[in-house]
Design a protein around this ligand. Sequence first.
Ligand code: ACM
Ligand code: ZN
Length: 756
Amino acid sequence: MKKLFVLPLLLCFTLKAAARQEAPVNPALIPVPVKAIYGQGSVYISNQTPVTAAAELKYESALLKAFIQQQSGTDAPGSDIKGKHIRLLTDTLLVKHSEEYLLHSTPQGITITGHDGAGILHGIQTLRQIWIKEGGKLKVPLAEIHDHPRFGYRGMHLDVSRHFFNVSFIKKFIDLLSMYKYNTFHWHLTDDQGWRIEIKKYPKLQSVAAWRDETMIGHKRELPHRFDGKKYGGYYTQEQVKEVVKYATERHITVIPEIEMPGHAQAALAAYPNLGCTGGPYKTATFGGVFDDVFCAGKDSTFTFLQDVLDEVIPLFPSPYIHIGGDECPKVKWKACPNCQRRIKEEKLADEHELQSYFIKRAARYLQGKGKKVMGWDEILEGGLAKDVTVMSWRSTAGAVEAARLGSDAIMTSEDEYYFDHYQSLYPSEPVAAGGYTPLKEVYTYQPLPDSIDASLLPKIKGIQGQLWSEYLYTEKQAAYMLLPRAIALAEVAWSPAGNLQYDQFLTRLRKHPSQLKRIGWEMTNNFDELTYSIHELQRGSLSFHLHSSIREADIRYTSDGSLPARSSRAYRGQAIAGGKFGVVKARLFRNGMVFGRTLEIPFHIHKATGADITVTNLPSGKYGGPATKLVNSIYGVNRYNDNQWIGFTKDFEAVIDLGSVMEIKKVGANVLNYTWQRMRPPVTLDYYVSDNGQEYTKITSLTEFPVNGINQARATVNVTARYIKVKGQHPGIVPKGGYGEGSTAVMMIDELIVE
Ligand code: ACM
Ligand code: ZN
């Protein structure tokens, strides 16, 4: 937080000098403001303090009064509130940016000057974060705060299809967004697992599409699939939608509805099967995924239906934008559909990708004709982007760059960093989640505008957004667990100048937020301060770890004999050594003499290839990429495959391990993932060869059986001496017909290559 800056003369006052000389207060304000000076004194306000505001600020003024009332309580305020005032005013000359505000608290009272109503509200939210309750009054530090957002678009998405959240939760969600200065709520209202918005012209959307027969229990990758047998569903009536939109609008939050097309349409098809290519029957999906049954692009009745739907959606949402999805639309049904093929021919389209583009362009034109702007996920670039459509770039930043290059706007919604259905911690006791690993630090430190983007395109990148998909959010509590604190980190990235972002400082402020969150009905779990590890040193036959904590005064103790670390256990002083061959390093963090968080466990298996030189061909990059040393680092990848241990080959590979000298080998093997429901398929064969000189190799064994759904610890007993081991992995090719992800390239997931 910058403490010293030059303010317009009009606002300069004596606390500047005080701020320099005396210990300043340091409120735990999130997002951190552009500029702030805090003075030594304070001013008291209460629910008796008059609030003056122009008539057009009546909602902001009412909200401020309600916040004061809620927090100051009913105790008598005392005499030191006398003569104080609160003023809300807009001034577009003094306060130039959209949503900007100046907050000025002096011994006489508080003035919030906003560029607009949104700026006033942001100033109110700041005030609410910096005041402290004292009896029946609120103590506000003397301050000059000058603040405006980095990005004009600051969004948070919520999927209400996979799990439905009622109106009171949605309002609570909006309260949270408002507190942290978001300005957009992306409401994902339709998907395969349920249609959640009332459309009066199509009553079966309410009676059929809003419901599913049951819901999968556990993760989709687990077999056999299990279901709860309970009918599940719900939808928002148009009156409820209006209520939510009004609530959001009063808080300067734009609600963007998403009506998915042409994919993720199975619930709509269940209600109106003629909208699909085959005519059905279809069922509302009972688990998450990408399904082949999508809206038929060949039938005009599909477009009539969607236009009718949009005709009812448009008047409910003052938002300039309507989101039409466009993501993850398989083309298999279109390929076999005479109507879709006729459309391709008649419209002179090259293929089904251009048919998707035709679909999106037609819907976009319709909406644009009604005065709306259109948004879609980055797949809408495929086959040609419709004019003036904003792209949400989720699969990488490439979509945003491409959109900007084509003259369109883009929002950064990167899956790896901004999807909050990902695991935020690698502890095995984390509740089931979609997958991935997106810890708080990654959300905070990720640069949404990479240096590689041509500066001339940057004005087209309008902002950033977090996504909360709800396949595994069975309860509101779980939704809160996944959302917080990551959505708070994202809020700061979206609002605060990049130069003001410091993770350690952010954590110091964040740790003070649970009580204010609690006041608006949210619970934040602290797992961001828990221990994590990385490899300190990997050498032939030995391994040691770094143990990390974001708590500065942490006392970390560890063991490697399986016992639970106590305060008397070995103190961590920069490296924790994996002792023994097969074992587990356990570590605990003590803070003020008390255990903080869960026990970190790092299982390891030191074998003859541990730390050996290794070369690997066709080594992938990215999420399941190298380095090759991961294959011989003694750490087995876990069955959530989010621990950066697995290598996901998409071709055959050849690994050569140099043990350094000729030695006896009794056993070779590999850990292999077999999760057909994640398109992770085992090798056709893993062939092992040995050599003394690295030139002539002799085949010693093949591993071909990987029957377990999950981790296969495939091993073969051999009896040879050798220095070099070559492992050839034969890739399984494309997912066969009938398999999940049919026709796409399977991923061959290999972790440790073991030599004993
Ligand atoms: C998406 O995650 N399918 C946008
Ligand atoms: Zn069709």
